[in-house]
Design a protein around this ligand. Structure first.
Ligand SMILES: CC(C)(COP(=O)(O)OP(=O)(O)OC[C@H]1O[C@@H](n2cnc3c(N)ncnc32)[C@H](O)[C@@H]1OP(=O)(O)O)[C@@H](O)C(=O)NCCC(=O)NCCS
Length: 104
């Protein structure tokens, strides 16, 4: 999930919460084990995702950028969907979670 944005005059009416809920329902239908997103820690919106069931990972994740360079980032939040076991494994591991190849 990315690019969550609500028009300024419509904020704090649970619209983002409903979009997140719908997104999680779709991921469940698609049989996803876990959901993840990246929150900009400089913005004070972590609570929005926590209320939707996401928890901040206390380690950096890695991804491969468009130039093929491995980058590291913090602010990744995970939520269990179909597999609490996979979620627990990822959250409790000491390994780096790798997103894979991205367009960033
Ligand atoms: C962040 C954003 C998507 C929230 O949308 P929203 O529809 O207003 O969110 P909700 O009404 O569902 O908020 C649910 C809860 O999240 C938290 N929250 C939402 N916006 C927040 C903010 N700006 N600061 C602190 N907490 C916030 C609150 O706990 C809120 O519950 P409350 O209203 O009962 O206090 C919206 O402010 C936005 O579009 N911001 C600009 C883009 C952006 O920063 N996107 C996030 C990128 S990580």
């Amino acid at each position: 999930m990315g690019g969550v944005c609500v028009a300024e005059n419509m904020r704090r009416h649970s619209i983002a919460t409903q979009m997140l809920k719908k997104g999680l329902e779709i991921l469940k239908k698609e049989k996803c084990d876990i959901a993840c997103l990246n929150v900009d820690l400089k913005k004070d919106v972590r609570k929005l995702y926590e209320k939707a069931g996401f928890t901040l990972m206390d380690r950096k994740i890695s991804y491969e950028n468009s130039k093929g360079v491995i980058k590291f980032d913090n602010g990744t939040m995970f939520a269990p969907i179909l597999s609490k076991q996979t979620y627990d494994y990822i959250m409790n591991s000491t390994e780096t979670f790798h997103y894979g190849k991205g367009y960033w």
